[in-house]
Write a protein that binds this ligand. Sequence first.
Ligand code: SF4
Length: 334
Amino acid sequence: MKHYNIPIFMPELACPHRCVFCNQASISSQLHIPSKKEILIKIESHLKSFKTEKRSVQLAFFGGNFTGLPKTLQKEYLHLGRAYLEKGYISGIRISTRPDYIDIETLEMLKAYGVTHIELGAQSTSDKVLQASGRGHLREAIARASEQILSAGFVLGLQMMIGLPKDNAETSMQTARDLIAFGAKETRIYPCLVIKDTALEQLFLNGKYHPLQLNEAVDQTAKLCMFFESNRIKVLRMGLHPSEELNTDAFVAGPYHPQFAELVYSKLWEKQFQNYSDWPQAEVIELFVSSNQLNHAAGFKSQNRKLLEKRYRKIYFKADKSLNGREFSIKIHK
Ligand code: SF4
């Protein structure tokens, strides 16, 4: 079954807060809250574009702070989604919001309109990091909202960021442990970037904030990704969503790369190949991986292929349907 999302991006206009790193007007080219007509057009055009018969489709209200919108507007949006749900065109509705905008009454309303998945922008579970990031809530709010969401029967997603002010690799790993303990089934990992016209830009310009280097961000994300995978947590996204294309004029500093996730997948395979110098001697090898991992295994700009070419004259990456995830096997040609 192929899974599709119909993404509706809600910019920060829906959010009364201003976290130190956030200027969603710069991250999204979309500056206004979408009208009902725009949403309908988007849903219809996405539904027409799906070719696969066996599919599950979710309507996803991303970005901003969905439950921070006026209740009447939330209901109007959800009413549109519910109509598609009732006709069987979509199988669920997903929203993303802040932990401190969840309460029992809101959850009952979301349930009644067919919302199935709730993603919270947790970002960190360290109070020190949350305070330094101007989030306006503490760890306790994430724990409480997670518990309420799970008790009400939703699928819980908890998003996190790395490289926030006062954050480090160990604090981020602790955040990952906490997100799992809070019951997340899904996550997204976003590296913190310095964007123009944010409080973080001022901290950066005053030398009080040092963003992660790209290689540090890739390394940290790869470790977090492995940790989540080993705990059966789906990593839905790493880096910015392609539809949230960063306006390069707004980018000031930080580990931005348009193919950030590709760099992470490459790194994950590099870790798989770390013992390659112990592999058998040969001129040529065939390296088998699952078909959807062929590009990742060879690496971004063939960097893993180049690594293995230190030992082998020629490497052929080939698909093997019996392999899953990052499993691989090798065949030696003397
Ligand atoms: S809660 Fe989300 S949308 Fe609102 S300011 Fe913070 S990061 Fe931006």
